[in-house]
Ligand binder design. Structure first.
Ligand code: 5GP
Length: 181
């Protein structure tokens, strides 16, 4: 399935992801008991994580997606955040949970939080599978965090490089020859 020679290092194996996603689902179910969650998946990276996470959440929920501009074909943040696809529904008075694949500089999440807060949700929390704290430029709240990872460019389980590797069920570091050409 995946050419072994492209893998520098497997950072998080499939079974660990599954276990952690289940724990996050349990924690979220507990915290939102008696409520209905409006989950917002940030495309495309969070789609796979959200699909798995949602099945471990035991309170009623709805799912909507947003697409924003991200790194494009490069692995460096441009700092420019643009909405490519907005939500289909109104979030006013709803318990909103933003689901992200990874928080890196924090620019994207900071922008999303400010933009969504202005739409007056009842509550607004964030869930990220991965968190690269060392890279933070802006302080942003990550209420539910799957894993803290070092400053390495990772792919797999929804995260891509040039659109590839989202389907790989574990998180790994690509060999630099495949990133730098
Ligand atoms: P931030 O705005 O926090 O710097 O970046 C958030 C976005 O950058 C993520 O949603 C993701 O699309 C991208 N990103 C940041 N770090 C990585 C990484 O290590 N691998 C991949 N594939 N994307 C990343």
């Amino acid at each position: 399935m995946m050419e072994q020679e492209k893998i520098e290092e497997i950072l998080i194996p499939e079974n660990q992801i599954k276990k952690r996603v289940e724990q996050l689902g349990n924690q979220i179910s507990h915290d939102y008991k008696g409520k209905e969650i409006f989950c917002i998946g940030v495309l495309k990276g969070a789609a796979i994580f959200l699909a798995d996470l949602a099945r471990y959440i035991k309170v009623p929920l709805t799912i909507d997606f947003m697409a924003i501009s991200s790194y494009g074909v490069s692995s460096e943040s441009s700092g420019v955040v643009r909405i490519l696809k907005d939500l289909d529904e109104n979030i006013e008075d709803k318990a909103v949970l933003i689901v992200e694949d990874i928080v890196d500089t924090g620019l994207t999440l900071d922008y999303l939080l400010r933009m969504l807060q202005s739409r007056k949700p009842a509550s607004l929390r964030t869930c990220a599978l991965l968190n690269k704290i060392e890279r933070r430029k802006l302080e942003v709240p990550v209420d539910y965090c799957g894993f803290e990872i070092p400053d390495k460019f990772v792919v797999g389980y929804g995260l891509d490089f040039n659109g590839l590797y989202r389907n790989i069920p574990y998180i790994f570091v690509l060999k630099s020859t495949y990133i730098n050409g």
